[in-house]
Design a protein around this ligand. Structure first.
Ligand SMILES: [Mn+2]
Length: 302
């Protein structure tokens, strides 16, 4: 059903969902960085921790042939406790649906926080393919297994207490992170992730992450693929374990990262806060050049 059809069916005065305006308008005619493939995960829409604004900026400055949504896109666990859905979270959903309509192949692999969507694996909603896992072949012919990554939680049971303590600490840290960054914004400082900084200081967490990466890579190797792409642990990484490539696309709560494949098959992690800062510096440099006409004083002298 098109938007106009919906309008005809619905009673007067009732606006069909698609006609709701976006709160952050999508810039038009802007040059986007093109990639063969983009992987993003752990967006956690429906939580305060979600950096929707930064993700909107990412979506507005990039494009790809294929987009993989590698799980925990919507946080059903948190939403069940408390409904939280600001307009920017709608904007993210909108941008993804628009991409699918423009011709990007969008594959949504639900994670543990959006596991309710898993029952729809094999279906297609508005051009978004739902899948439990996927295989991706890179431009240089490597076969990668794509999955959220919570599948390995059982294997990581020995470390479960850490995950449990982690969850409580995590939400406390997220709240603090919001305050810290509001203050930093007010001071004109760039975004900085408190929990990311803290996590790298905690030895246990580092060990846990390293172990997790190894377990996932080994499982992928056993399935005979060349590599694996996952999310789940909110730690972006590109590593190789005994010839198996391990890629983690990170998250949009703390690090705000995406994994991208260039057209030659090479892979890269984009740290979006840094990309945004670099763009801002460039814009400022360009402004300075415009502000200082170099020729004018000499002409005056002549
Ligand atoms: Mn997860």
């Amino acid at each position: 059903m098109t938007e106009t059809d919906a309008q005809a069916v619905l009673p007067a005065g009732v606006t069909p969902f698609p006609l709701r305006p976006q709160s952050v308008p999508e810039p038009e005619g802007q040059r986007r960085r093109r990639f063969r493939t983009i992987w993003i995960s752990d967006i956690h829409l429906g939580t305060r921790g979600c950096n929707a604004r930064m993700l909107i900026d990412f979506l507005d400055h990039t494009d790809s042939d294929t987009l993989y949504l590698v799980g925990d896109i919507i946080d059903g666990w948190r939403l069940r406790k408390k409904f939280y859905w600001p307009p920017e979270h709608n904007d993210v959903v909108w941008r993804i649906l628009k991409r699918a309509r423009r011709g990007t192949r969008v594959v949504y692999i639900p994670g543990n926080h959006d596991e309710v969507v898993r029952q729809f694996a094999g279906l297609n909603f508005g051009g978004v393919e739902i899948a439990r896992a996927a295989f991706h072949t890179t431009a240089d012919g490597r076969r990668l297994m794509v999955l959220h990554g919570d599948e390995f939680d059982a294997v990581m049971l020995a470390h479960r207490w850490l995950a449990f303590v982690g969850d409580a600490l995590y939400h406390l840290m997220m709240a603090l992170n919001g305050w810290v960054n509001a203050a930093r914004r007010a001071l004109g400082l760039p975004y900085w992730s408190l929990s990311k900084a803290a996590k790298h200081k905690v030895k246990n967490a580092v060990e846990f992450i390293s172990k997790y990466e190894e377990v996932v890579a080994r499982a992928a190797g056993e399935r005979g693929v060349d590599g694996v792409v996952c999310g789940h642990i909110h730690t972006a990484e590109i590593r190789n374990f005994d010839g198996v490539d391990y890629y983690n696309d990170g998250d949009w709560v703390e690090g705000c990262t995406a994994l991208v494949e260039q057209f030659d098959g090479s892979m890269e992690l984009l740290h979006w806060p840094q990309e945004m800062a670099a763009r801002q510096r460039e814009a400022e440099a360009a402004r300075t050049v415009v502000d200082q006409p170099a020729i004018a004083p000499e002409r005056e002298a002549a």
